[in-house]
Design a protein around this ligand. Structure first.
Ligand code: PLP
Length: 479
């Protein structure tokens, strides 16, 4: 229930109060003065008792309201809120320092700030409804083509193919480039496992390389020592929104005649030297999973520099079936298509990309301000020449901190704030042991042990961001 549907001004009359009670269905209204300061509560029961005495719908709310009520500060944690809720008090107004209502709590509306939730308030419903009304719901449909066109235009004319998710985008990119058994592909040791899995699907061998401590991205100074006669490609992953050093990756790839497949799943909207990530290699991939910067629920996109390879990929995406001869299969292909329904949401989301990225950058600035007050944290950076889209705000807890990562995460969890640890380094997990030498993978191990991600939803309010920052400050004060 929207906050505005539960708040009424003291000068409104009973008829207006009844209309609002009817609309919100909660049986409660919070009464405010002209400064929006909470001065009373009006319940169904109060109204009933009054009407039994006197049927007068013009009486002012101020006369009827209860002046004794329970309210809590917006900074109250879940434990305290639960303590105050009971059979009588089902809704509690949450106030800022001036007594202004900024939120309310109920048993179904406890403070739980999720790590990254989508914002679908643009044209999503409109476009989706159009798909349903016109019956265009499969992968044939104008929104798929429009979504691809938008990506193409944004990415310097690279051919764009919409696919079912970011993982198959990677697989399709590698297959279309001809990566197969006997080849080696260089992959950073710190990434979501889909990056390495896609290499393994092709039959090629992943070769794990360590990452840089400041950017968390592939350590370009360590790539060349891993190149062999079998190496066919490098897969830089722009982790958490920070772009890799693409000048260095491109130079190495050129020198050794290697393909570059950029994994941009976490970096739509990020720039390297003013250009969008995804345009520096032969192919690039994106994910539109529910927690990504733009989402289609599940979904992905793959970009190709070479239109012939893009054509091969589009055939592979559509069962390997010839474009000219129906039911004639040129390859053992896949069904990796995105539906028009998903693409319609994607188009609406893409329309708001700039706003989403700016919201994430503002949030990162707020978090940085708080965390940089202490010497215990390594906050995320924006390397020179890069533009960080801060998909997921992620920082490290330094060795000198008098608390563990788990202490901080548990504290935040009790305050209703979700946080996430950084990925495990790939080489320690059973399927990937043997693809990397542990002596050379120390930095990814260190980042994995000490990294934490904070809520990074684009619709996180200022009040919520401040609540998270205050919770971190209080955690340190209470040590
Ligand atoms: C770096 C990276 N690569 C690939 C993927 C796979 O994308 P999807 O979940 O859409 O398959 C993800 C995310 O989920 C990711 O973070």
């Amino acid at each position: 229930m929207e906050l505005q549907n539960i708040i009424i001004n003291k000068n409104n009359n009973l008829r207006e109060a009844l209309q609002l009670l009817d609309k919100n269905g909660l049986g409660t209204l919070f009464v405010v003065n002209d400064l929006n300061i909470l001065i009373g509560v009006l319940t169904d029961g109060d109204v009933r008792r009054f009407l039994l005495r006197d049927v007068n719908l013009k009486v002012k709310v101020e006369i009827l309201m209860n002046r004794e009520f329970t309210s809590l500060s917006i900074n109250t944690d879940n434990a305290k809120i639960i303590e105050c809720l009971n059979d009588k008090i089902k809704y509690i107004p949450l106030l800022d320092e001036d007594g202004v209502i900024v939120d309310y709590a109920s048993i179904n509306r406890l403070r739980r700030i999720s790590i990254c939730s989508p914002l679908l308030e643009g044209n999503e419903l409109l476009y989706l409804t159009e798909c349903v009304k016109t019956n265009w719901i499969s992968s044939q449909g104008k929104y798929v083509r429009l979504f691809e066109k938008k990506f193409k235009d944004y990415h310097e004319g690279f051919e764009a193919l919409a696919v079912s998710n970011g993982t198959v985008a990677l697989h399709l990119a590698l297959e279309a480039l001809g990566i197969s058994e006997g080849d080696e592909v260089i992959v950073p040791n710190l990434t979501f496992a889909a990056s390495i899995n896609a290499v393994i699907y092709t039959g090629a061998t992943p070769v794990l390389v360590d990452v840089e401590q400041d950017s968390f991205n592939i350590d370009v100074s360590k790539i060349e020592e891993l190149i062999t006669s079998k190496t066919k490609a490098i897969m830089p992953v722009h982790l958490y929104g920070q772009s890799c050093d693409m000048d260095a990756v491109v130079a190495i790839a050129k020198k050794h005649n290697l393909f570059i497949v950029e994994d941009c799943a976490e970096a739509l909207g990020s720039l390297f030297k003013g250009r969008p990530v995804g345009v520096f290699g032969d192919a690039a991939t994106f994910s539109f999973f529910g927690n990504k910067t733009i989402t289609t629920g599940e979904g992905g996109m793959v970009l190709f520099k070479d239109s012939k390879i893009a054509h091969k990929a589009s055939v592979l995406r559509d069962h390997g079936m010839s474009k000219e001869k129906r039911y004639w299969h040129d390859y053992v292909g896949f069904n990796y298509r995105l539906t028009n329904l998903q693409a319609s949401v994607g188009v609406a989301q893409f329309e708001r990309l700039e706003y989403f990225v700016q919201a994430k950058r503002n949030l990162a600035a707020t978090y940085n301000e708080t965390l940089n007050k202490y010497d215990f944290f390594q906050t995320p950076i924006e390397k020179e020449g890069t533009f960080n889209s801060y998909w997921l705000y992620t920082f490290l807890i330094k060795d000198n901190a008098p608390f563990s990562r788990e202490d901080l995460m548990n504290y935040l969890s009790k305050k209703g704030i979700e946080s996430r640890p950084v990925f495990y380094p790939l080489h320690v997990m059973p399927p990937y042991k043997g693809y990397g030498n542990k002596e050379y993978l120390e930095t990814s191990t260190l980042i994995s042990k000490s990294g934490v991600s904070l809520p990074s939803s684009v619709n996180l309010s200022e009040v919520e961001a401040n609540y998270i920052c205050n919770s971190i400050s209080n955690f340190i004060k209470e040590l």
